[in-house]
Every structure is written in C-alpha cells, then in structure tokens.
Design a binder for this molecule. Structure first.
Ligand code: ADP
Ligand code: MG
Ligand code: MG
Length: 893
C-alpha cells in the first residue's frame, strides 16, 4: 500500500521531494519540539496520481479519513463541529518554492452552525464572523475560481457603509452582512451554494491545491525557473491558530538574519489582530519585530529562541512565518531563506566564523552565478536617479546611452563612437548587428526566453526585457512611459541585474569585487566601507579555498598579450585556446587575399615570407605574457572566405563597373576567387585541418612562427610552454599528415637555434567522429581539447549563429530543453561523446591531457560535469576565470 499521508510528526526536512518544502520543514520543526500546530501532509505522489487520473486514488480517501480522525482524537475536537469546532488550513507546498503561484485556504470547517460554536468557545463573536468571511472569500476565489475583485469590492462597500477605513474595524453586524453577501456571490458566480459540509470543503480545497499545480502562470513560472513540470505539489492540512483573536494576537514573518546584508539580528514584520496573508498583502501598516518586543516581551523572547534554534539546526539563514494567538507563539513555516549574492558570500563566511559550518560547506552556499553578479559594474548607489519603472532583469550589468529605435541607427551611432541603448518592442534576428553595437537592450515585450534576452545573455550584453509600461513607437521615434515621452537621442540607463530603468545618465562604478579580482585584496580594501570590506574578504576566503581543493585547472581563451595578462591577474593558469585567425585580419587581410589569388607556389611563398615575422612577433608577445604557463595555439580554423569581401557586395560592384564600361581586372579576379570558395554550408566546409591539407604551406608557416618564437624566448632565458592544436580533425589520418610536416619543422628550428624544443601537438575534439574514434586519434595526438561549441553544433546538427536567436525561444518555451545547449553542456548527448573520447583516448595514451575550450568551460553546471569525467582543465574567457575557479572548487567538495 502506498502511504499518501504523513503526520507532521512522521516526516523530516530530508523529504522535500515527497512532502514538499513546506511539509518537510513543518515536520522538521515538529521533530525539534518547536510549537507547530498539529497536522499532516498529503504527498506529491498523491498529487501526481490525481493529476494523471483526474481523480484522487481511492487509498488517499481512506488514509485522509484516518489521519483526520487521529487529529480530531488528539485535539478532542471535530472538524467543523457545531460546538468548539476544529478548523484547518489547506496549504500547497511543492518541492521548489514557487512564491505566490499556488493556493492556500484558511479556516476550513466553518459553516453557518460552527461559526456560532467558534464564537461561543472563543468568547469573541467578531473574530468568529471575521474568520467565516475570510473562508468564504478565499474559498470563492481559489477553489471556485471567482474573480477576487468581486469579494474585495464587497469588502470595501461594507467598510464605507460602516464608515471605517480598515477591516479590523468592521463590527459583528457588518461581518455578518458580509458573510451573506459572500454566500450570495458564490451562488451567483458558481451556480452552487457554498458547501456547508466540512469534509466536502476539505476535499474541494485539496483538489483545488492539486489543480493549482497546472495553472498557466504556475507552468510559466516553472519554465522560467527551470523547474520540471511533472513534480506535483504536496498539500498540508494544518490545525488553525488565530492571529485575529484581538489585540494580544497577530501574525508575522521574519528572517534570522538580514537577507540583504547578511548581518545577524532580527528582521521581520508583525501585524496585530490579523490572519495569514494580511502581512504580505500590505493592507495595513506592519510593525517591526522591535515593536513586538514592547507589545509582548515573552512571545518575543520565545520567538528569538526559536530563531536561534532554527539557525543552529539548519546552519543557515532561515525565514519563518509565525502567529501569536492570545500571547501563545505558533510556528507556521520555515525554510532556508533566499538572499542576495552579496549576502550569500557574507553569510557563508559568517557561519564558518560562528563554527556552524566548514569551509567546504561554505563553498556549497555560494555559486558562480552569484560571483558573476558581484563582478558586474553597477550604478552608483549614491547618485540621484529618476526611475522610470521596472522590467525583467534579463541579462545583468549596468548600461547607459542614447536611445535608438532601430538597429541601423544603433550601428551608425556606434560607428561614430556614441554609446547607445537599443529600445524595441521586441528584437528579431535582424537586430543582431544593432545589439552588438549597443551598450544594452531594452524591450517592452517578451520574457526571459525572448529573443532579446537569449541573445543578450549569450553576448554578455546588458538587457532589460518585458518593460510593459513602455509604449514604443519606432516609426515616430518616440517611446512613452507613464505619460513621459522619450525621444531618439535622449539618455537612458538600464540595470540588467534588477530590471530597473532610469531616465538620463546614471554614473557607473566598478564593483569592489571586480577590483579585488583584478588588483588584489589591498587595492580593493582601500577606502571601502566595512560592509563592502567584509564582502570582499568573504569572496577572497572562499575563492582561495576553492583554489586549494580543486583538481580542475582553469585556463583562459586569449589571442593577445593584453587579454593574457588580464586573465593571469584573474587567476588563469595558462591559455587553453589562442585563436590565430585574428592575426590575419586588419592590415594583414590583403596578404591573405594575395595568398588566395596566388597562381603558384612561388607567389604563395612570397606571402608567407611577409607573414612569418609578423606572426612570430604575435607569438613572442603572447608567450611572454604567459611565461611559465601553458599556451595552446590553434592553427587557422575558419573558412577562407571569411577573409575575403562579401560576395553579394562584390558582385554588385563588379556588375556596376562592367555596366559603366570600365571593368576592374583585380576585382574580377577577386570575384572569381570568392565564387570559387563559396560554400553553401561553410561551417561544414573547407576549414580547420582540411584547409591545412589543401592549402600548401599555410600550417607550416604557423608552426614555424610558433617554434621560432618559442626558441627565441628560450634562448633569452624565458620559459615558454607552447602547445600546438589542430582544429576539426575527424580522422587520425588527417592528424598524421599534419604532424609529419610539423615535427620536421620543429626539429629544424630547434637545430637552427640550438635549443631544445618540447612542443606537444594535439587536436581539438569537435566532430562526433573524432570522439568515437578517439582511441585511434590518440595515437597521433598528445592532448585533446574538447571544442564544445562545434561539438554541440555537429552533434545536434544545428548552426549556432542561425538558431540561437531563432527557434530556440520556441524550444525553450516548449521544454525541448531547459537551457540552450550552447550555454550549458548537453550532458546526455554531447557529454556522452566527451566521456567516450576521454575514456578511449586515455586507454590508448594514459598520460593524454584533456582540456575543454568553448563557452561551456565557464559555465557552472558544465564545469561540474567536466570535473566528473576527469578533464584536466577548462578554458574560458578572461572574465569567467574566477567563476570557473569557484565552480571547480565546488565540484571538488
Ligand atoms: P504561502 O506558501 O503562500 O506562504 P501558506 O500556506 O504559508 O501560503 O499560507 C498563507 C498564510 O496563511 C501564511 O501567512 C500562513 O502563515 C498562514 N497560515 C497557514 N496555515 C495556517 C494555520 N493553520 N493557522 C494560521 N495561519 C495559517
Ligand atoms: Mg507561507
Ligand atoms: Mg571549432
């Protein structure tokens, strides 16, 4: 028999999956002997079974009856009895907290008869009728799905009829009248009388909680928060305690420390003579807990004791809900509380200092995403600001610039060196150029998976989306927000970390954590306030600890000395990917044009002779910046056409010149070459190792430049640690062919310069075939570096450049994946290939070094996977190096 019902005294905080977060923690508090009103929890399994079958399992009905009977016996009261009735709350509570998404009904069990019993037993008629009208209101709204406004309007009318401002002032007669009104509303809107039978109320409320799992807004919330859709919710049946029993009663919420700063102390709100949701609903002004101390010192003292008990037991910041009924304290909820990124770091080290947790545990209390948040520049808190409103925080950062309404305008302004914010209703793939040109993007429509949001996050660009108050009229070149008209060229500031939008230019300051990471602790602690100092020290302690326990090394992707030096400051232990294509751009593009147009080996050699000293110098600078640390240089990867003019533009030019009667022979030759190199699928075409094999001398040039740079530095006493990496290998044969040539060059250069050169040659694994034949590939490769961007493209068969702003929004929305596989590694598919390649490669060559380059090297979830499969190092952009260090440490705990 499946157990669908657990008494609070049976469960524990470990059982969140089965009992939901609320139920598991109510059970834990009961176990601790804290004052929790007795009750029981219906499992998430019962909910799943109900949702699948459309009706509750028969066993559930029986177990519910038994649990209720036991509760009644324990308390000596019957649910909804006409004398001294037992009343309960019916509360949703899923495994993951989904604030405000699902339903709760209080005072279940009240009816026309039991309301009188409650009045008599409590000696407070007003309280009884207030509780009844609350039940009718909540039941009508959440169980019978009647528009809540109908009830709140009637409540307002009753207040004005009696001439009072707040609902606590309503007298018994008004409340009795309101009960009649609410019952009439229910009959009118639902077609049925309000159910008088207590058990019928209970069953209906339970079903409503089950059903609330699948409301549109709950589904939407879960999609956004990446919570699976099939978990279901638990339902908690909890004996009512009453905060609305006069002046010695009340209800409140509290944190065991400040969730914003992390400082210990007592933070919370209290409302006298109120029930449940009145506190959050903001219908009356709340008191602080300090006021409670004056009102009811003994309850206050007990509350402090309970809070201390919870902190030492959970060993973390907790938030709580409590009610005081006639000076008796009751605990109604607790959980480990949400907190800001800064508070997370502070609290983690505070708890270490209080001997509640170890450094290893502290590391589990923070994550890379939080560290990233702390690194972004931010708006100066002290600056004066005009706040226009708030949209969705889609991609963090603080951006300020002139408003532009089109991508064209953005590109034009950026070309003139102006900072702009692209403001649109929504963006589409045509806006890519405009987004790149802007400091940030602001849209009035769309959520966190809209095109703007997905693309901006991918580019690391600040973005606020779904700012609904903003009415964008791009044709007119204006946008209106709450009556204020903004025009093209006006300054605007957007905060992608909070979603806030400000008029004008808000000054930006760099974050103290970024200063610490780039320039060290001393620099960051110069003239900071104590709070900031504490934060920076916490980050330092946790990062240092992560460094001391992690097995994964962290390298960076960098193509020039400047980036390399910056990354080194941020803790990079070498370069995992140096892309050489940038060394062929700019002034050197003409050389590549000549190379492509060359008619024979002599002409080609002439170009190589010009390129060699330039390339050598590039490598000298890079290797100097990374002296003593490994530097992996990738031979040329992209298709050649990327170095040539745009095909369409060139065709038009040639056609125009021809039509005008003066064709340009150079242009004609160039166009012929462009036509010849044109591929309909260039990413799957002539690139990488294929290029090296087809275009004689190209890879040889690069290998020579690299080895000469290394030899020269070595001769001067330097310690260059260079590695050569061949891209896009699919067959070991390709690699053998390149190696034959490369090994010869290395030997020649070593001899010429009279130094010993130890330059390992390895390959990228970015084609499924390379992964599947890794045992063979390892015969020729001294290391593997997983190029997870291309490996994802080639495994899924979709082109990143085309799909991320395209159909991915739909795929995310419809749950094909929870997160773009370009952002976080697809462990089941691409991850499987990595596992195979790692295992097979090491079987053939036990000392095979394994690295990862590509976006995933800096992604927290992916890093944990790389740790598990035994990768030696990850490589990521300089900015993400500290994040990778932290996550690699967390993975090793
Ligand atoms: P939510 O998850 O939205 O916070 P809850 O189930 O916690 O919903 O309940 C809503 C409000 O009702 C909370 O303020 C809670 O403290 C209060 N509440 C719930 N059950 C009881 C009860 N048995 N007695 C008194 N107040 C209750
Ligand atoms: Mg609650
Ligand atoms: Mg690649």
């Amino acid at each position: 028999m499946t157990q669908y019902v657990y008494a609070f005294s049976e469960g524990s905080k470990e059982q969140k999956e089965l009992l939901g977060g609320k139920g598991a923690n109510l059970a834990e508090m009961t176990k601790l002997g804290l004052p929790v009103p007795p009750g029981f929890t219906i499992t998430t399994e019962a909910c799943r079974s109900y949702l699948a079958a459309g009706t509750e399992p028969g066993e559930l009905r029986v177990q519910l009856t038994m649990a209720l009977r036991r509760l009644e016996d324990d308390l000596g009261r019957r649910l909804g009895d006409r004398h001294d009735p037992l009343l309960v709350s019916v509360r949703s509570g899923a495994m993951h907290s989904m604030p405000g998404m699902m339903e709760t009904v209080l005072n279940v069990g009240l009816n026309d008869a039991s309301v009188k019993g409650l009045a008599e037993e409590s000696g407070d008629e007003r309280f009884a009728w207030d509780s009844y009208r609350r039940l009718l209101q909540m039941f009508g709204k959440t169980v019978l799905e009647i528009d809540g406004e109908v009830f709140s309007n009637a409540l307002d009318e009753a207040k004005s009829a009696q001439g009072v401002a707040t609902d606590v002032e309503l007298n018994v007669d008004s409340l009795k009248g309101l009960v009649s009104t609410f019952k009439a509303v229910i009959l009118e809107h639902s077609g049925d009388e309000f159910p008088q039978h207590p058990r019928e109320q209970l069953d209906m409320a339970i079903r409503a909680v089950f059903d609330s799992w699948n409301t549109e807004r709950a589904r939407l919330y879960r999609r956004r928060e990446r919570i699976p859709q099939d978990l279901g919710t638990a339902v908690n049946i909890c004996t009512m305690v009453f905060g609305n029993l006069g002046e010695t009663s009340g209800t409140g919420v509290a944190f065991t420390r400040d969730p914003a700063s992390g400082h210990s102390g007592v933070y919370g709100d209290y409302l006298v003579n109120a029930q449940g949701e009145d506190v959050v609903a903001g219908i009356r002004n709340t008191l602080s807990l300090a006021d409670l101390k004056d009102l009811d010192p003994s309850s206050y003292k007990q509350l402090l004791q309970v809070m201390r008990r919870l902190e030492t037991h959970y060993r973390d910041l907790c938030d709580i809900e409590f009610t005081i009924e006639r000076s008796k304290l009751w605990m109604l909820q607790t959980r480990v509380g949400k907190r800001t990124a800064a508070a997370a770091f502070r609290i983690a080290t505070q708890l270490v200092d209080e001997n509640l947790i170890t450094m290893d545990e502290a590391l589990q209390r923070v994550d890379g995403a939080q560290l990233a948040q702390l690194m972004f520049p931010r708006f100066d808190a002290a600056a004066e600001k005009t706040r226009l409103g708030k949209g969705m925080a889609a991609s963090p950062g603080a951006a300020t610039g002139q408003i532009v309404f089109s991508s064209k305008a953005a590109e034009k302004a950026a070309a003139e060196g102006q900072a702009v914010i692209l403001v649109r209703k929504e963006t589409n793939p045509d806006d890519l150029g405009g987004m790149i040109a802007s400091q940030g993007v602001l849209t009035s429509r769309g959520g966190k998976t809209s095109h703007a949001a997905v693309v901006a996050r991918g580019m690391g660009k600040t973005c606020v989306c779904g700012f609904a108050e903003l009415d964008v009229n791009s044709a007119a070149g204006t946008a209106t927000v709450n009556g204020e008209v903004l025009r093209e060229g006006d300054m605007i500031s957007i905060d992608g970390s909070t979603g806030e939008v400000f008029a004008g230019e808000v000054p930006v300051v760099s974050s103290p954590v970024a200063t610490y990471l780039e320039s060290g602790l001393d620099e960051a602690l110069k003239d900071t306030d104590p709070d900031t100092g504490e934060l920076v020290r916490s980050v330092d302690r946790l990062l240092t600890h992560a460094d001391s326990i992690r097995r994964l090394r962290v390298r960076t992707n960098a193509d020039n000395a400047e980036d390399a030096a910056r990354a080194r400051h941020l803790g990079a232990q070498g370069i995992g990917l140096c892309r050489t294509e940038h060394m062929f751009l700019g002034d050197r593009r003409v050389l590549i044009e000549r190379l492509i147009l060359a008619s024979g080996s002599e002409e080609r050699q002439a170009v190589y002779d010009e390129l060699l000293p330039l390339q050598r110098q590039d490598f000298v600078e890079l290797l100097t910046a990374m002296n003593d640390l490994p530097v992996t240089i990738r031979l040329l990867d992209p298709p050649l056409h990327e170095f040539l003019p745009d095909r369409t533009e060139l065709s038009v030019k040639v056609a125009l010149d021809r039509a005008a009667g003066n064709p340009d022979p150079d242009e004609e030759r160039l166009l012929a070459a462009v036509d010849k190199l044109h591929e309909s699928n260039p990413m799957l075409g002539l690139r990488g190792v294929r290029l090296g094999l087809v275009l004689p001398g190209l890879f040889a040039l690069q290998v020579r430049a690299i080895s000469e740079a290394a030899a020269g530095l070595k001769a001067q006493g330097g310690n260059p640690q260079v590695e050569i990496m061949v891209p896009l290998v699919g067959s070991v044969m390709e690699l053998f062919l390149i190696r034959d040539e490369a090994d010869q060059i290395l030997a020649t250069v070593a001899q010429e310069q009279g130094v010993e050169l130890d330059i390992p040659i390895g390959t990228m694994i970015e084609l499924p075939r390379a992964a599947l034949t890794a045992a063979r590939v390892a015969e020729a490769a001294q290391f593997f570096s997983f190029g997870t961007n291309d490996l994802t493209q080639t495994t899924w068969g979709f082109s990143r450049d085309d799909v991320e702003g395209g159909f991915f929004a739909t795929y995310l929305d419809r749950g094909v994946f929870m997160v773009s596989p370009f952002e976080s590694l697809d462990v089941d598919g691409v991850g499987r290939l990595i596992r195979i390649a790692a295992t097979d490669g090491r079987k053939r060559r036990p000392d095979l070094k394994l690295g990862v380059c590509g976006e995933h090297g800096g992604d927290p979830d992916s890093i944990h996977f790389f740790h598990q499969v035994g990768i030696d190092y990850v490589s990521c952009s300089p900015f993400r190096v500290p994040i990778a260090r932290l996550e690699a440490g967390r993975a090793a705990v």
